[in-house]
Design a protein around this ligand. Structure first.
Ligand code: HEM
Length: 187
């Protein structure tokens, strides 16, 4: 299977945390069974094909009545506090949502790639298109832009700026390349 469709074990670990928090005990095991993942043990020093996440979310969607896109987005939102804490030493104290998004590629994802040979975060080209607007150009064969939307929402929540920003996806969320416009209306 292609390396570019593999997802780092830490994301599976965080997905388990999200499911353990949101659904009744035992759901993680049951959903992995129905997804055809068996009793998969995810190791955070390894990576696994995206199909395990897609099949898992499909099974969770059938159970919960939410779509797998909605679940992926919610997961993205909720994994932010953990991501921010794991990589806190790379975040500047004065940064807020705008800065974290602006520097995600050069600082955060760059650091992840440098420190962790089994992780391969997506390329995010972030450009300022005005004083209060960032354009995020997501590109990944894993087609996880719903996670990106959730992470952006989660970062805004983390900095108590949810009511200040407007997140507008400009492409089909299932595409490999998705542009996301983030407006900082009340900044
Ligand atoms: C504190 C900042 C961030 C950190 C530390 C971080 C870290 C990571 C890590 C460790 C992965 C797993 C890589 C792999 O599976 O090999 C990942 C994946 C991902 N990140 Fe980030 N990230 C950050 C911010 C962001 C932001 C702001 C976005 C979106 C705008 C984003 C979008 C994604 C997506 C969608 C994936 C899933 C893999 C894919 O789509 O190809 N991340 N990130």
């Amino acid at each position: 299977m292609s390396e570019s469709t593999r997802v780092h074990g830490s994301i599976f670990f965080l997905l388990k945390k999200f499911i353990d928090r949101s659904l009744p005990k035992g759901s993680w095991e049951k959903l992995n069974e129905s997804a055809g993942n068996g009793s998969m043990q995810f190791d955070i020093t390894s990576n696994y094909d995206i199909s395990h996440i897609n099949n898992f979310l499909q099974a969770a969607a059938e159970l919960t009545g939410s779509t797998s896109g909605e679940l992926m987005e919610k997961f993205g939102e909720e994994l932010v506090p953990d991501l921010m804490s794991i990589y806190s030493s790379y975040l500047k104290p004065e940064w807020k949502t705008y800065d974290v998004l602006l520097y995600t590629e050069s600082v955060m994802h760059g650091t992840v790639r440098r420190l962790n040979s089994t992780a391969n975060p997506p390329v995010l080209n972030v450009t300022k298109t005005g004083d209060d607007v960032l354009m995020i150009d997501y590109f990944s064969k894993r087609r996880m832009s719903a996670l990106a939307l959730g992470i952006i929402r989660g970062i805004a929540k983390f900095y108590n700026e949810s009511d200040k920003i407007n997140i507008i996806p400009l492409s089909d969320p299932n595409d490999e390349r998705v542009q996301i416009r983030v407006e900082f209306g009340l900044k």
